[in-house]
Design a protein around this ligand. Sequence first.
Ligand SMILES: *[C@@H]1O[C@H](CO)[C@@H](O)[C@H](O)[C@H]1NC(C)=O
Length: 208
Amino acid sequence: MANLALLLTLSCLLASTLNADARKQTPSVVEEEESFLREIGGGKVKLAKLHLYVQDLRIGHKNATVVEVAKAEGVTDNSPYKFGSVHVLDDLVTEGPGINSRPVGRIQGLTTNADLSTFGIAMNLNFVFTTGKIAGSTLSILGRNQVKDDARELPVAGGTGVFRYARGYAIQTTYSMDFATQYAVLEYTIYTTYSYGINEDDVEVMEM
Ligand SMILES: *[C@@H]1O[C@H](CO)[C@@H](O)[C@H](O)[C@H]1NC(C)=O
């Protein structure tokens, strides 16, 4: 598994700004991506790489964390691609693929079957981090999920906390899928900018 190597070499996000205690708490899903490391905006923005897993307990799972909240009468059930179906999810996010792996946060939001001719899902999701230095920060992912692709690319649209001004992209793959129990594990590799040390002195006020 190619990603095993990644796991073994994981280091810390915000290494330059963390104290020793905070560094210990930082989940190993986050690393500073040195090959992409660059300084933007006066050296206040860097690129990070996050590697994490989503425990997707789908509709039909005993402890489902996904629900269908809407569909189009007379259309969705007749569509091979469930066009018009809207789901809300609140999936556990973990450091490793196992469901008992260290929790890192949740991924919450909406997915909509928005393609008439294939499985194309419009995603509107927020990662809510609960562990380590990124606890309290969120990362918003928005875009089209071409479900049948082995690797799906999704834009990082923004974030809060250390992910203020975030830009980047996420690659989503299916780590495992058990159709009998409707238990899927999704793997996310996210490249995103993050901010550190931005204070008001660095902000230029624009007169409109
Ligand atoms: C559902 O949740 C309960 C309580 O946490 C747990 O004991 C059980 O194993 C879960 N079932 C499945 C199928 O994951």
